[in-house]
Design a protein around this ligand. Structure first.
Ligand SMILES: [Zn+2]
Length: 406
């Protein structure tokens, strides 16, 4: 049990003092005034008036992106990549992220390794490999390479599939392996060698086929897109979530409104790539593409925030840049109030994941994903960006990862 706590509710943006939180078998069983809560046999941790809040959710990560040179990654041994991913996952949990949504790469193996406690890390909600057309954002071949090695054991974040039958099969393959969503590349991107940022990718027929497969399995499709044209094609095809969207416009906002789709900006990664992408292995030609989307990102967020779209926290960091995972909080607070930013990383993210009431809240029945912070993040969001100093406790599914409440 956590006693003497101020409990933060992201949904209402409020803090209630003098609370106790009782945890049993990985779940929260009771939250209320300390005097009313029955501690029973429980161990009591005195929070000393600190803030108890739900663990954070990052809805755009790649736990296997251990280098910014994604082409080179495909020649690594899977065993080596797993070891590197273990470090990335531990770092995320250290920063207070207790759930992540992996939108290309992670599979049922790494998710199971965390849920079984073999690796320390946030719960991994994964989509398997992202679907890309030939020459699209998920095709890592340079123009001089013809062979496409799609062996399922080779570490790759993506699968190349063209035409309706192939994309159906590729979507079904991801779903067969337990994918929580199917990711498609709707436009060009930065970390790909042959496409332009402003290209649109996949035909409407292919996109509709992927959406149909995901829906049939009770899942949704999320799409990587930068320009308004690419975002809009995805939303028109029935994609339930858009990643990045830096170059979208008012017409996209209208479509978001009409479809109820979620929006996941990933501003942390552009700043990181611009500053240090080259040092982390990103090829120079790809690094140059960062500047086509860097400045527009904040404007897209502002557009979405003003329209009241469901905005979710995402970072999309690669390689050694994962340490900048909390800078997204700072960047977003330039245009959003702290409570909105916190909701994007808790309750709104939970809705996207279909885990509302399970994650992103401190409430009975929820998974015991809890942080103890010195101070009130609703007043000073920046407290969260220095976890080594301000995070006193990290608990994921009832397991204590860190506890400095002596
Ligand atoms: Zn990404």
């Amino acid at each position: 049990m956590l006693g003497n706590a101020a409990v933060l509710d992201p949904e209402t943006g409020s803090l209630t003092e003098g609370q106790a939180v009782v945890v049993e078998d990985g779940r929260i069983v009771e939250v209320g005034p300390a005097s009313l809560v029955r501690a029973g046999e429980a161990t009591v941790l005195d929070v000393k008036g600190g803030t108890v809040m739900p663990g954070l959710i990052d809805a755009h990560v790649h736990v296997y992106a251990a280098t910014a040179d994604l082409g080179a990654l495909e020649e690594w041994a899977p065993s080596y990549l797993t070891a590197r991913a273990a470090g990335i996952l531990r770092g995320m949990l250290d920063r207070g992220f207790t759930t992540v949504r992996d939108v290309a790469g992670a599979d049922y193996g790494i998710a199971a390794a965390v849920s079984e406690g073999l690796l320390a890390g946030p719960r991994v909600i994964f989509g398997g490999r992202a679907l890309s057309q030939t020459g699209g954002h998920g095709d890592s071949r340079g123009p001089g390479r013809a062979l496409l090695d799609q062996h399922p054991c080779a570490p790759a974040l993506t699968v190349v599939a063209d035409g309706v039958p192939e994309v159906r099969r590729a979507a079904r393959e991801q779903l067969r392996r337990g994918a929580h969503h199917v990711k498609v590349m709707l436009s060009g991107g930065i970390a790909s060698p042959t496409d332009r940022i402003d290209s649109t990718q996949y035909s409407m027929e292919e996109l509709r086929a992927v959406v149909e497969e995901a829906r049939a399995a009770g899942r949704y499709v999320t799409g990587h897109a930068y320009t308004a044209a690419a975002v809009n094609r995805g939303l028109e095809a029935g994609v339930g979530c858009i990643e990045h969207g830096n170059l979208m416009d008012g017409s996209s906002v209208e479509l978001f409104r009409r479809t109820g789709a979620f929006y996941v900006p990933t501003l942390a990664t552009y700043a990181a790539l611009a500053d240090e992408g080259l040092a982390h292995g990103m090829p120079a030609a790809q690094h140059a593409k960062v500047f086509e989307v860097l400045d527009a990102g904040l404007g897209a967020l502002e557009l979405a925030a003003r329209a009241g779209l469901p905005i979710v926290y995402g970072t999309d960091l690669l390689g050694g840049m994962h340490r900048r995972q909390l800078t997204e909080l700072t960047i977003r607070s330039e245009v959003q109030p702290a409570a909105d930013v916190l909701r994007s990383a808790t309750t709104v993210a939970a809705r996207l994941l279909g885990l509302q009431g399970q994650v992103g809240v401190v409430a009975p029945g929820a998974l015991a994903d809890l942080l103890v912070v010195d101070g009130n993040p609703l007043e000073r969001l920046g407290l969260l960006t220095d976890p080594a100093r301000n995070l006193r406790l990290v608990m994921a599914a009832g397991r204590l990862h860190r506890n400095e409440l002596a």
